[in-house]
Design a protein. Structure first.
Length: 127
C-alpha cells in the first residue's frame, strides 16, 4: 500500500502567513487562538505538512493578522469569494482587469478611487 504524502500550502502563502504572525508579535499559540484553529493545525501549515485552509479560515487569518483582504488568497494562488463572484457575474471582468495592467501606480489609484466613489453612489448602504 502506498502512502500519499500531504500536499503542502504554496511557499508564498506560508511565508506571508509566517511573516504576518511575526509582525503582529504573536506566538504560534496566540496566533492559533486568535485565528480559531488548533496550534497543531497552524504548526503543520507553517511547517508545510498541511495543504491550504478553507476559505473561511484564510479570511479569519487575514482579519486577525491585519492583512489586506485577498492577499493570502493571492499568495495561495486562488481567488477569494468576492473576486470569484465578480468573475462569475460578468464575463467581461477579465477584460476589465487586463485593461488595468499598463496603468502606472498613480493611474491605478485613480481608477480605484473612481470605483469606490461609484460603489458609494450606487450602493450607499454597503461599506
Amino acid at each position: 500500500m502506498t502512502i500519499q504524502e500531504p500536499t503542502s500550502a504554496p511557499d508564498p502563502f506560508v511565508r506571508l502567513l509566517n511573516e504576518a504572525i511575526e509582525k503582529q508579535g504573536f506566538t504560534m499559540r496566540e496566533a492559533a487562538r486568535q485565528i480559531g484553529v488548533s496550534i497543531a493545525y497552524l504548526s503543520r501549515l507553517l511547517n508545510r505538512q498541511r495543504g491550504l485552509p478553507a476559505d473561511k479560515i484564510i479570511k479569519r487569518m487575514e482579519k486577525t493578522l491585519q492583512l489586506q483582504p485577498g492577499v493570502l488568497f493571492d499568495a495561495a494562488g486562488r481567488h477569494d469569494a468576492t473576486v470569484a463572484s465578480i468573475f462569475k457575474k460578468n464575463e467581461r471582468a477579465r477584460e476589465l482587469f487586463r485593461s488595468l495592467e499598463p496603468l502606472s501606480d498613480a493611474e491605478f489609484a485613480k481608477v480605484l478611487e473612481t470605483a469606490a466613489d461609484l460603489a458609494k453612489k450606487y450602493h450607499p448602504e454597503e461599506k
